[in-house]
Design a protein around this ligand. Structure first.
Ligand code: ATP
Length: 238
C-alpha cells in the first residue's frame, strides 16, 4: 500500500489549549480512512490543519511525497487535497451550478470542467434538476451533496469529508455513503471524519479512534466495528 497522506506526531493548539496532542496516521492511496471520536476529540481540527487553515505547533504532514509545511495554504488545493467542511459552507445566494464551479477555480480546462459538473449531477441528480436555483433553497442533506460535489470539482487526489452524514435522514445518509463507495471505486482516496461510526467503519479500509486529541485505537474498519470498546463507546452497546 502506498501512503498518499502521512501524518506524524501532529500537534495543533488554539492559543494555550492543545486540541491535537501528537497524532500519527496514514491514508493509503485508493482507500477510505476514517477518524471517529466523540465531540471535541480534535477531528475537525486535524482536517483544518491538513487543509492549511491551521498551523501545527509540531509534527510532519507528508502529502503525495511533499512536506506540507513548505506549501502555503492557498497552494494546497492545487496539490490535490480537497476539503468538504463540517457545516457545509456553501454560498446560499449563488446558484447550485455557481457553487460547483467555485470548486474548479484553479482549473482552466473548460471541457473538463463541464464534464465534471455533469458528473456531479450524475452522482447527485437533485443538484442537476435545480442547477439554476439559489443553493440556499436546498435542504441540509442536499447542501451536503453540493459541498461534496464542489470539493470533487478540483479533481482531488485526496477528498476530506467532515461529518458528511450530519443532520441527514437515514435515506440521505445512505446516499452519501453509497457515493463515497462509488468515489473510491473511481480511484479517489478519501479521509472521512464521522460521528456515525457504524456507517463509516463499514465502508472504511482503515479507521482511527480519537479521544481528547489523541489516537487511542486503530485498525481495519472491520476490526474496529467488532472491537468491544468501540462498540460500547460509539455504537451504543452495553
Ligand atoms: P466535533 O465532532 O464536535 O466537531 P471534533 O473532534 O471535530 O469534534 P474539534 O472541533 O477539532 O473536535 O475540537 C477539538 C477541541 O478544540 C475542542 O476542545 C474544541 O472546543 C477546541 N476548539 C475547536 N475550535 C476552537 C477554536 N477556534 N478556539 C478554541 N478552541 C477550539
Amino acid at each position: 500500500m502506498t501512503a498518499l497522506l502521512e501524518v506524524q506526531d501532529l500537534r495543533v493548539a488554539y492559543g494555550k489549549i492543545e486540541a491535537v496532542k501528537g497524532i500519527s496516521f496514514t491514508a493509503n492511496q485508493g482507500e477510505v480512512t476514517t477518524l471517529i471520536g466523540t465531540n471535541g476529540a480534535g477531528k475537525t481540527t486535524t482536517l483544518r490543519t491538513l487543509s492549511g487553515l491551521l498551523k501545527p505547533t509540531a509534527g510532519r504532514i507528508t502529502f503525495d511525497g511533499q512536506d506540507l509545511a513548505t506549501v502555503p495554504a492557498h497552494k494546497i488545493v492545487a496539490l490535490g487535497l480537497a476539503h468538504s467542511p463540517e457545516g457545509r459552507h456553501i454560498f446560499p445566494r449563488m446558484t447550485i451550478e455557481e457553487n460547483l464551479l467555485l470548486g474548479a477555480f484553479l482549473r482552466t480546462d473548460t471541457a473538463g470542467i463541464t464534464a465534471d459538473v455533469e458528473r456531479a449531477y450524475g452522482l447527485f441528480p437533485i443538484l442537476g434538476e435545480r442547477r439554476k436555483q439559489a443553493a440556499g433553497t436546498l435542504s441540509g442533506g442536499e447542501q451536503q451533496m453540493l459541498a461534496m460535489g464542489r470539493a470533487l470539482m478540483s479533481q482531488p487526489k485526496l477528498l476530506m469529508l467532515d461529518e458528511p452524514s450530519m443532520g441527514l435522514s437515514p435515506l440521505m445518509m445512505q446516499k452519501i455513503m453509497a457515493t463515497i463507495v462509488e468515489l473510491k471505486a473511481g480511484g479517489t482516496t478519501i479521509l472521512l471524519v464521522e460521528q456515525n461510526a457504524q456507517a463509516a467503519l463499514s465502508l472504511s479500509d482503515r479507521g482511527y479512534v480519537m479521544e481528547t486529541g489523541r489516537i487511542v485505537l486503530d485498525g481495519t474498519g472491520a476490526d474496529l466495528l467488532h472491537d468491544e470498546s468501540v462498540r460500547k463507546a460509539y455504537l451504543g452497546e452495553d
